[in-house]
Design a protein around this ligand. Structure first.
Ligand code: PLP
Length: 363
């Protein structure tokens, strides 16, 4: 039996559930207009300037990409005021997460994370045959004190998604400072900042300052504010020694040529990221106001998505919303059964979402 051949750690993985392609759903449900508000993508699309440069680059795909991502790193290093040696580019920040574990974590080591938090931490921990230690959120927020308490001599890596997915909450500078002060030197902390561009609080920690002081890896992505999810490109920022070891375990050509060109061009197009920020900020305010009117509870978010208490089974709400042409995410995988998570869209998409939700919940 094939099952008998599979590693035990792989048998334990609950497969990530990908959504169906929109075209397929349109055909199945016989509706022409579907909006996808499920994966925290950017409704504005990619930067037009980046698209132009990517089209130009496509004629060179007979060549392998630059395995060192030289030009992109140069651009990033300039924008972050760091050295290129502090950067590793990944096939999405998902790959960065995997590379951290592949580099530092082995069988029976412990990896600490919040519960719920980004699902990939747990999957990656299982692949590495380490033990995932899950620390419940407190009032939907990362509980750094309890995370600190969960660290012991077996702990190798701590994942902190700041802001957290799926709640959208963040932890501030004072809390992070306190946490790092007590952090042992033999532990690596990954601050996963996939949504950092959307955070509006003034005291969001500048984690780049901690690099060198503690064993910190900051993971960021081009998938969200830059609108480049389909390219699969993200990056790690860390002390150069950490980066060197992570480079040993990555594939030599892990980031494709078009992604490198698109990401570098997108970095130069700061106006596009500013517009993404504005649309999310305005969209959130609009959605909050309308959810208040519908007397629905939700979690105030520092990201481009909102976690909403729909007061009944979220999976059912998801399925009914689908028939109205709106794809949201139910939270069963996160054990938040009465919740859905919606990505902030364009104003037209937000209105369509609210109309569908009103109908489905009989408000
Ligand atoms: C907290 C968090 N980290 C990382 C990612 C993955 O981003 P990427 O597309 O760069 O792999 C996501 C995507 O949803 C996320 O929510």
């Amino acid at each position: 039996m094939i099952r008998d051949l599979v590693r035990k750690s792989v048998l334990d993985i609950k497969p990530y559930e990908p959504g169906k392609p929109i075209e397929e759903l349109k055909r199945e449900l016989n509706i022409s207009n579907i909006v996808k508000m499920a994966s925290n993508e950017n409704p504005l699309g990619p930067s037009k300037k980046a698209v132009k440069e990517m089209i130009r680059a496509i004629y060179n795909v007979n060549r392998y990409p630059d395995g060192n991502c030289y030009y992109l790193k140069e651009e990033l290093a300039k924008s972050l005021n760091l050295s290129m040696d502090n950067l590793l580019i990944g096939n999405g920040s998902n790959e960065v997460i995997e590379l951290v574990l592949r580099t530092f974590v082995g069988k029976d080591d412990e990896v600490v994370m919040s519960e719920p938090s980004f699902l990939i931490y747990d999957i990656a921990a299982k692949i590495s045959e380490s033990k995932a230690i899950k620390v419940p959120l407190k009032d939907f927020k990362t509980d750094l004190e309890k995370i600190r308490d969960a660290i012991n001599s077996k702990t190798k890596v701590v994942f902190i998604d700041n802001p957290n997915n799926p709640t959208g909450t963040s932890v501030g500078e004072a809390e992070v400072e306190r946490f790092l002060e007590k952090l042992p030197d033999n532990v690596i902390v990954v601050f996963d900042e996939a949504y950092n561009e959307f955070v509006e609080r003034d005291d969001f920690p500048d984690t780049l300052r901690y690099i060198g002081r503690k064993n910190i890896i900051v993971a960021r992505t081009f998938s969200k504010a830059h609108g480049l999810s389909g390219l699969r490109i993200g990056y790690a920022i860390a002390e150069s020694e950490i980066i060197q070891y992570m480079n040993r375990v990555r594939q030599p050509f892990n980031v494709n040529m078009i992604a490198q060109v698109g990401a570098a061009a997108s970095l130069r197009d700061t106006e596009h990221v500013d517009n993404s920020r504005i649309i999310v900020s305005e969209g959130k305010r609009f959605l909050y106001e309308n959810l208040d009117n519908m007397r629905l509870d939700y979690v105030k978010s520092d990201t481009n998505f909102i976690l909403i208490d729909v007061q009944k089974n979220g999976r059912m709400v998801f399925e009914q919303m689908l028939k109205e042409g709106v794809i949201v995410r139910d939270m069963n995988a996160y054990s938040l059964d009465n919740y859905i998570r919606v990505t902030v869209g364009t104003m037209a998409e937000n209105k369509k979402f609210l109309k569908a939700l009103e109908k489905v919940l009989n408000r």
